[in-house]
Design a protein around this ligand. Structure first.
Ligand code: ADP
Length: 186
């Protein structure tokens, strides 16, 4: 499957299969943990690609609460900034968990806007080690981002970089449903 693109307001929303560390957007988002001191998955890959200065900077930030985000430089990455977003560890039937995942995306976009960032790439936060089921996580991620895009037009491009074809398919299905339900609204 190739890239999928939809336009909402002034923003192009794109889903692609790929590696978040290689994106040339102004900012990439890290699926960080609350220590901000690195970890596995996306976090480890971003720290390796950015180089040791990234850890030097994240050490000064005093961690980050679940559902929040903090920004640093991108160092050796193509992206000028990294926004470290902390998603929740999945717990079934806990009503706070979806809200915390939505908040991680919202806070990332707020910080990006405050910094003047126009293009941003997200991974599928919480869907790896944190165990969030992909269909639910995709729906929350895309609904949250689409709502922000519908409210304002600060961003030129928001890109989801999904690690393999099956994750891309799940995000694509969720996006088609969201687009359809928005077009039925009057
Ligand atoms: P979390 O701890 O928030 O669950 P992970 O890094 O374990 O974060 O996984 C989040 C998602 O990112 C998973 O879907 C995983 O397949 C994907 N992923 C892992 N490495 C990369 C990468 N380099 N680029 C994009 N996505 C990645």
């Amino acid at each position: 499957m190739n890239a999928i693109r939809v336009r909402i307001n002034q923003t192009s929303l794109e889903l692609i299969e790929g590696d978040i560390t290689r994106q040339d957007t102004d900012a990439i988002v890290n699926a960080a943990n609350s220590s901000l001191l690195g970890g596995g998955g996306v976090d480890g890959a971003i720290h390796r690609a950015a180089g040791p200065q990234l850890l030097e900077e994240t050490r000064t930030l005093g961690g980050c609460q679940t559902g929040d985000a903090k920004i640093t430089g991108g160092y050796n990455l193509k992206a000028r900034y990294v926004i470290h977003a902390v998603g929740p560890v999945y717990v079934p039937d806990d009503p706070h968990i979806p809200e915390m995942l939505a908040s991680a995306y919202r806070r990332s976009l707020e910080i990006a806007h405050q910094t003047g960032i126009r293009t941003i790439a997200f991974p599928a936060i919480s869907t790896g080690a944190y165990g969030y089921p992909l269909p639910e996580a995709a729906d929350i991620a895309l609904t949250t981002v689409c709502n922000v895009m519908a409210e304002n037009s600060h961003f030129e491009q928001v890109r989801f970089v999904l690690f393999d074809e099956s994750i891309l398919q799940i995000f694509n299905s969720a996006l088609q449903q969201i687009v359809q339900s928005r077009s039925h609204r009057t």
